[in-house]
Design a protein around this ligand. Structure first.
Ligand code: MLT
Length: 321
């Protein structure tokens, strides 16, 4: 029987090649579908491939009467209602390895840009100035980087920081393996990480425990002059609290790739605040990573729908039903 796969977001064309070769699959992939278009098409889909633009919420899942599986070409599945998917017997998978390096490289680039005022220096020259006094930076060498969330991306960040002769502290809710700590990474609790880090970088998913964790109380525990990098999820930060800590000089700067709402609301207090640099959720946007996550998502979905082989399942309870 023909399996129908809907691809509602823009994914690399390599995904289509994988699906065409995998078996009897009909593909609908107009690219960049609006919510209305996805709602109209979802009732015919057995499988769905998404990035972050599609929200697979209860309303969409209710309309998805044939849907058996969703593959997320990326890591975060906060745009999928996992509980509702489980209730409806829909398997949700992600592609955890595909954009690790892209994300770590972007976060590292943000840290360098922040420590050396690269965007502000660039902007000053565009404005016709030759100002060598206003942009005094700090070196990374010898500084302490605190990494919150020590999964694949956090570990890739640590590897790069060690190569820059930084001291690396890691916090994770799980015990970190000796292998992941190799090279001199020290596992610490959050308070120690806040107290000792010159830079803090966030690599945790948005959960009930992490949402809003970077609030006024956490920021107050950080060293004066801390610089913060976020290429994970905007929801981890309380925007108003960070903006206030930057305004009062406790936080020296922040480099943000992710926001509480995307695109950020017009009144987001961090956008345009001196000391804050931002990119529009670009961390995973390399041609290399986008091919990898698209291929991984297509392979996972085809293997699941055609052969019942499920990988990287984010709602494992669904398979117990
Ligand atoms: C991810 O969760 O994989 C990244 O944030 C990139 C994306 O949303 O596509």
């Amino acid at each position: 029987m023909t399996v129908h796969i809907l691809i509602s977001d823009n994914v690399a064309p390599a995904a289509l090649e994988v699906l065409r070769e995998a078996g009897d699959i009909r593909i609908t992939a107009p690219g960049n579908m609006t919510r209305e278009q996805t709602m109209a098409a979802i009732s015919e889909a057995d499988g769905l491939i998404i990035r972050s633009a599609t929200t697979a919420d209860a309303e969409l899942l209710a309309a998805a009467t044939r849907l058996k599986a969703i593959a997320r070409a990326g890591v975060g599945v906060d745009n999928v209602d996992l509980a509702e998917a489980t209730k409806r017997g829909v398997v949700v998978m992600n592609t955890p390895g595909g954009n690790t390096i892209a994300t770590a490289e972007h976060a590292f680039g943000l840290m360098l840009a922040l420590s050396r005022h690269i965007p502000a220096g660039h902007q000053s020259m565009l404005e016709g100035r030759w100002d060598r006094k206003s942009f005094m930076g700090v070196e990374l060498r010898g500084k302490t980087l605190g990494i919150i969330g020590f999964g694949r991306i956090g570990q890739a960040m640590a590897k790069r920081a060690l190569a820059f002769e930084m001291k690396v502290l890691a916090y994770d809710i799980y015990q970190i393996s000796a292998k992941a700590l190799a090279g001199g990474v020290e596992q610490v609790d959050l308070d120690a990480l806040y107290a000792r880090s010159d830079f803090v970088t966030l690599h945790a998913t948005a959960t009930d425990k992490t949402r809003g964790m970077i609030n006024a109380a956490a920021l107050a525990k950080m060293k004066k002059g801390i610089r913060l990098i976020n290429a994970s999820r905007g929801a981890l930060i309380v925007d108003a609290d960070l903006a206030e800590a930057i305004r009062n000089g406790h936080v020296a700067g922040a480099a943000l790739d992710v926001f509480t709402t995307e695109p950020p609301a017009a009144d987001n207090p961090l956008i345009g605040l001196p000391g804050v640099l931002h990119t529009p959720h670009l961390a995973a946007s390399t041609s290399d990573a986008q091919v990898t996550v698209a291929v991984d998502a297509a392979q996972e979905l085809a293997a699941g729908l055609l052969h019942g082989q499920w990988e990287n399942v984010c709602n494992p309870d669904v398979l117990k039903k």
